[in-house]
Design a protein around this ligand. Structure first.
Ligand SMILES: *[C@@H]1O[C@H](CO)[C@@H](O)[C@H](O)[C@H]1NC(C)=O
Ligand SMILES: *[C@@H]1O[C@H](CO)[C@@H](O)[C@H](O)[C@H]1NC(C)=O
Length: 645
């Protein structure tokens, strides 16, 4: 039942009642004169009055039937209350807050203010699955079996695209409907597995990688598929946690539950290890959060909160700009041994996760700690919106001699400006403004074209912004996707032109190598005399199974609808199969330059399962799976919900 319908109905009900009462009263007191009048009327006039009565009566019938039609999501007592208008609209009980699309659109149009200071989700649960979820949230002790059943059902059939909203938040929504900033292209998330041959092949690749991981590296960070061992970096089962939502999205139930149970029973943060704050946030916290939002499994929320409480130690610096590393057990933070500095992109690429955590556990400390860093970085002097890649936690200022790059250590600063703005319902202007200025800076200071084929690429800027270096990391290839995402959210159209040009270059860095795979770093030629658009240094020729180009192909395909991007992705996917697939998984290789000797590195990074294969799967879908107006993907490809503020 929508808010809109109720007052509407009441008007008709009242009118109808009045009308009938009036006519009854009149007919009793003045029946004689009435009949006289009636007889005097012409046939035409009589039939006109009949018609009028008929219309009024049918209106009553239609409107009441429509309004009172039982909706699965509305509790019976709501129905009764609304029917008899026993309660003012502002005071409805919790059930009434489960608005349907119509309801949220209404509240948006009316500009109903959101609950100031209270986190509210922009999306609500799908009516047909909500009641059982609500139960599940109310009785945590009865959880485990129910959750399994529920999640299994979700995976088997079709689940809502809506992230899970904790019960506490939903109660709050009942007082005032939140202002929903998103929610236009509402549709359901199909999670019942691959729908076409290409997707099936991606799932096969995932299962192949997973089998190797499970057999030889279960519970460890990475698989070494050739030596058939595991590798630990942080000791946090990075591959397992990075893969949770991928398996959920691919509909791999059995594998998902095995991993889920491992997290429940065996994931421990009580380790005497120094972990990188950024990597742990985007991979582990991000993985737990998106698993929570997709499945509704409370266990993930608790784990994410435990981890968040530990990682808060990272922010205890004089400036509030976090140190790079945190010791999990003693919760002491420090910089890397070789430098007092933190990395700019690292300290500015934890905000999506910390904000989401704050909102689902209803504790502002995480969001505030991370957001204070963004606010601080906003105040620092920059070069046309562009930032050096190092920042000092002691003073909070940039290391001005550091290079400016859209690649390693700079990249996701720009990405999270945009994505934070989206995540918060496009209400924090400085994030958008800093992003717009930065893209302007990229276009005016860093973009160049090769002379030979007019290929667009992005330079690095060295020596305090004095020297251009035509060096582009593969990491830069995330940028087309981010640019396109901005355009989807209303930013200038020319960003999309830049995105397309740049993505074409990224594609060619694969296509023009004899393996069909991109190197880690490519150098470009702008000279007239050049015989090649770009070239690769021997030491930069490795491929780590990175996702960025596939990620951008997915965004560009989903936003433009151009299937060419799917075909490019398919070529790249086949190259991965051909040159990185080994008997027990997939491996990084040291050279994309020589198909005869790729020199496998015996390492399968967690992001291959968490990002690369997920993006392939999403890219090859016949129809978009995620609505990019209601979900925002963190920099490790973990989808998080968009909030309305
Ligand atoms: C964030 O910054 C504000 C203003 O400087 C400060 O009052 C607040 O304590 C900070 N919050 C956290 C969690 O550090
Ligand atoms: C090179 O590409 C840019 C961007 O697409 C375009 O504006 C320009 O006209 C092209 N130049 C030539 C010589 O083709």
């Amino acid at each position: 039942m929508t808010m809109e319908d109720v007052p509407y109905t009441s008007i008709f009900v009242t009118n109808a009642a009045d009308t009938s009462q009036d006519s009854l009263g009149k007919s009793r007191s003045t029946s004689l004169s009435c009949r006289r009048h009636w007889n005097r009327l012409s046939r035409l006039q009589k039939s006109f009055i009949f018609m009028l009565l008929l219309i009024v009566v049918s209106f009553c019938l239609i409107s009441t039937t429509f309004t009172w039609a039982p909706d699965a999501s509305v509790a019976e007592d709501d129905l009764l209350r609304n029917k008899f208008h026993a309660l003012p609209l502002s005071n409805q009980n919790p059930g009434a807050s489960r608005r349907n699309e119509h309801g949220s659109a209404f509240s948006r149009n009316m500009g109903v203010p959101s609950n100031a200071g209270l986190p509210t989700m922009s999306r609500q649960l799908q009516p047909d699955i909500e009641p059982s979820r609500a139960q599940q949230l109310k009785v945590p002790e009865e959880r485990s079996k129910e959750i399994k059943q529920q999640v299994a059902e979700n995976i088997r059939s079709v689940i809502s695209l809506d992230p899970v909203i904790p019960i506490s938040k939903r109660k709050r929504q009942t007082k005032k409907p939140p202002m929903v900033a998103v929610k236009t292209d509402y549709h359901r998330l199909k999670l019942d597995g691959p729908k076409n041959q290409r997707q099936q092949e991606v799932v096969n690749a995932f299962l192949h990688a997973w089998k190797g991981y499970k057999t030889f590296a279960w519970g460890q960070d990475h698989l070494r598929p050739i030596s058939k061992t595991g590798q630990d970096w942080f000791g946090l089962a990075l591959t397992l946690i990075d893969s949770l939502d991928t398996m959920y999205i691919m509909g791999l139930q059995k594998e998902y539950f095995e991993a889920r149970d491992w997290v429940d029973n065996s994931l421990s943060f009580d380790l005497n290890r120094n972990v990188n704050l950024f990597e742990t946030t985007i991979r582990v916290m991000g993985g737990l959060l998106s698993a929570y939002h997709l499945s509704g499994d409370e266990m993930f929320r608790h784990k994410a909160e435990d981890l968040g409480n530990i990682l808060l130690a990272g922010f205890k610096s004089p400036s509030g700009v976090p140190y790079s590393d945190v010791n999990l057990r003693n919760r002491v933070a420090h910089g890397p041994s070789w430098s007092p500095d933190s990395t700019t992109s690292e300290v500015t690429t934890i905000q999506l996760e910390f904000r989401d955590l704050s909102r689902i556990v209803n504790n502002p400390i995480f969001e505030e700690s991370a957001m204070n860093v963004s606010k601080h970085v906003h105040t620092l002097p920059k070069t046309h919106g562009l930032v050096p890649i190092h920042i000092t936690p002691g003073t909070g200022s940039f290391r001005m001699t550091s290079v400016i790059t859209l690649g390693a250590r700079g990249d996701s600063y720009y990405e999270y400006l945009l994505k934070q703005w989206i995540q918060t319902g496009k209400k924090i202007d400085f994030l958008r403004d800093d992003y717009l200025l930065a893209v302007d800076g990229i276009q005016n200071r860093l973009v160049q074209r090769t002379h030979l084929s007019n290929l667009t690429f992005i330079n690095e800027l060295e020596n305090n912004g004095q020297v251009l270096r035509p060096k582009m990391d593969h990491l830069v290839c995330y940028l087309p996707g981010t640019l396109a995402l901005g355009v989807l959210h209303g930013l200038p159209q020319w960003h999309l032109d830049l995105a397309k040009d740049l993505l074409y270059t990224c594609y060619l860095t694969y296509k023009r190598q004899p393996t069909g795979l991109s190197p880690e770093i490519t150098f470009f030629n702008t000279e007239e005399s050049a015989t090649h658009d770009f070239w690769v240094k021997h030491n930069d020729a490795h491929n780590l199974l990175r996702p960025e180009t596939v990620e951008s192909l997915w965004y560009l395909w989903q936003i433009t609808g151009d299937k060419m991007y799917q075909d490019w992705g398919w070529e790249i996917f086949q190259s991965f199969l051909k040159y990185t697939r080994v008997e027990h998984g997939f491996t990084s290789i040291s050279s994309v330059l020589n198909p005869e000797n790729t020199r496998p590195r015996d390492m399968m990074e967690s992001f291959f399962l968490g990002e690369t294969l997920k993006y392939f799967y999403l890219l090859f879908s016949d129809k978009p799976i995620f609505d990019l107006k209601t979900w925002v993907f963190n920099t490790e490809a973990h989808p998080l919900p968009v909030y309305d503020h």
